[in-house]
Design a protein around this ligand. Structure first.
Ligand SMILES: Nc1ncnc2c1ncn2[C@@H]1O[C@H](COP(=O)(O)OP(=O)(O)OP(=O)(O)O)[C@@H](O)[C@H]1O
Length: 256
């Protein structure tokens, strides 16, 4: 389980302090995906960065409970798989080396069993013919698949995804979502997905948050019974979609 309690994060520039997230609290059970929606600039990437350990927090706690024992979330002690907005592939390394880098940094031995699993991930993502290419030699969709592979190869305890499929056309995007889901089901981790797509949030999130423009406030939290359901036609689906759409409109924030 992941617990975030009264998290405050901001940036300091030469001229000002910029508070971005204030007193944000939420809890996630194991093996769940949380999808976060919110207007541009509301602090979604900042939250992802805080959880990944790349953006320093001002106050608050982020705790992982394993077998009931609390431990502060840290990239040193936890496996945190990140798919950042820019994918974060190193241009001077091949797809193979990019994918294996997190394991090498952690000095993890690649056992025969692990090697088999890595191969299966590459095969599932159709990366085998691309392993010796460099990121600049990949299409947007191929690069995205390499970033997804890299995150899953780590066997993450926590998987953080910042608009991982945003650069893809609609058909490739649908394929990428399905691939993500099948990989996640094999080895379910606590996962947080930032997206601008309501449909994507409802396909990939067990629960969905809508963040507001001001101070990373959560305007709406909803459970989503349509996780992994493609082409839902039930009225309840349309109802949740309408609710989320309404909450994403800027003028809806004022009445909170
Ligand atoms: N390094 C930084 N220094 C100063 N301000 C920053 C920095 N990074 C982000 N910000 C500011 O923090 C706020 C939140 O940015 P963030 O990238 O978290 O938003 P976001 O919700 O992910 O946006 P988008 O949907 O456009 O990606 C914005 O006002 C942004 O200008």
């Amino acid at each position: 389980m992941l617990s975030v309690d009264r998290l405050c994060v901001g940036y300091r520039t030469k001229k000002a302090n910029i508070p971005v997230v204030r007193d944000l609290s939420f809890c996630m059970e194991s093996e769940r995906v949380l999808a976060i929606l919110g207007p541009s600039g509301c602090g979604k990437s900042t939250l992802i960065g805080s959880l990944a350990g790349t953006v320093p927090i001002k106050s608050g706690t982020m705790t992982v409970f394993e077998n009931g024992n609390p431990e502060p979330l840290s990239p040193k002690t936890h496996r945190i798989g990140v798919i950042p907005q820019n994918l974060g592939l190193l241009p001077w390394k091949t797809v193979r080396d990019n994918c294996l880098l997190p394991l090498r940094l952690r000095r993890e031995p690649v056992t025969e069993e692990r090697r088999k699993e890595i191969r299966e991930i590459w095969q599932a993502l159709d990366l085998m013919p691309l392993l010796d290419r460099y990121p600049t030699q990949l299409s947007g969709g191929q690069a995205q698949r390499a970033a997804v592979a890299r995150a899953f190869i780590l066997r993450p305890d926590l998987l953080l995804m910042d608009e991982p499929f945003s650069a893809l056309d609609e058909i490739t995007r649908q394929d990428a979502r399905e691939l993500f889901l099948s990989l996640w089901k094999r080895r379910p981790a606590v996962a947080i997905l930032v997206t601008h797509s309501i449909e994507e949030a409802l396909y990939l999130g067990h629960s969905v948050f809508v963040m507001g423009k001001r101070e990373g406030k959560i305007l709406l939290k909803t459970e989503n019974p349509f996780f992994g359901v493609s082409d839902p036609r039930q009225p309840e689906y349309r109802q949740i979609r309408r609710l989320l759409r309404g909450r994403l409109r800027p003028d809806e924030e004022e009445d909170e």
